[in-house]
Ligand binder design. Sequence first.
Ligand SMILES: Nc1ncnc2c1ncn2[C@@H]1O[C@H](COP(=O)(O)OP(=O)(O)O)[C@@H](O)[C@H]1O
Ligand SMILES: [Mg+2]
Length: 377
Amino acid sequence: MAKARATRSAVQAAQAAQGGEKLNAEQEAPQTGARAPAPSSGLARPERRAEDDADGMLRPRSLREFLGQRAVKENLGIFIKAARERNEALDHLFLIGPPGLGKTTLAQVVAGELGVDFVHTIAPAMEKAKDLVGILTAVTDKTVFFIDEIHRLKPAIEEMLYIAMEDYEIDWIIGQGPGARTMRLPVKPFTLIGATTKAGNVASPLISRFGITCHFSFYEQTDVEAIVRRSAGIFKVKIDDDAAARLARSSRGTPRVVNRLLRRMRDFAQAWHEETITRKVVEEGLSRLEIDELGLEKHDREILRMIIERYKGGPVGAETLAISIGESIETLEDYYEPFLIQAGLIQRTPRGRMVTALAYEHLKLGRDRRPEEPGLF
Ligand SMILES: Nc1ncnc2c1ncn2[C@@H]1O[C@H](COP(=O)(O)OP(=O)(O)O)[C@@H](O)[C@H]1O
Ligand SMILES: [Mg+2]
């Protein structure tokens, strides 16, 4: 793998001033955009927390180290090789998937594999068109420009990006009113990597300008086990195979979650004077954290119980449900629902949210709690 070129401080300063951030491969990107407050509980929540910044050491640096997501990886490997052979910038790349699955990591890996600079920003950090101009006019040849949460771009910036993506040029408007002039500024060929958890909120003209789209899915059990073993190796802690398997099962198919839980298990093992993280440590540890075999936390189970007990299993409107559990509707939709749906515990219907038969089973709630309509299950 070619090493990323050295960061140029002048460019870095210019970009910092413009709201972009230039990072070298060892740094973790700061998250500067305002967003819905993360729920207070949540070791198993996939969104980033301060502690995860220490994850720098766990982050895969190359496609070979990037475990799982085979389909995504294989194709990308081919496209990267082809672009390198032609000495061209890689086509623009769109990454879609829930938090914690490796979108930011993959963007950095792509820059590393291409041997080019990596510039990182988060859409809401770009307030004005000039913020984007500042970044794009400073990028080096074939730079990977990563925009996280790309569904949150301001319309004016989005339009400027269209031209930049297509023609490697930007239209810069000088002055105001009838005297205003448009200046076309050239931009070095670059690769835009846009990441989002909400592809539905991205405008179709933007989507259509990405040449490659990668959908991240929750990781397979065996891949999560491999990630646990890799991370344990980096931490230099021993973990039994069945302990790794047990931990992986409660990690929601999400690398960020499994790494976080591994840290906690390391703490427990240390506190209990165990040299190795055994299955017993994991089971006792997870039970202390109130995380069950499906990876649900107390609050997830409370949500399910609320739908069952107060709303007879649903359907209940998202708004009503959010109020009942004391969370905003955004938090409900962004943080709680994706995994509950993926795990087959709730369903979204046009009339609202409903729990499934699996939820009753999981919570060990009897048939008497089930809704009257027998046909549903
Ligand atoms: N494919 C992978 N293999 C190993 N570890 C991974 C992988 N993807 C992600 N990780 C780990 O999970 C953490 C979260 O990944 P990140 O790229 O920040 O997710 P996202 O940007 O999708 O929210 C990273 O710090 C990294 O340590
Ligand atoms: Mg990210």
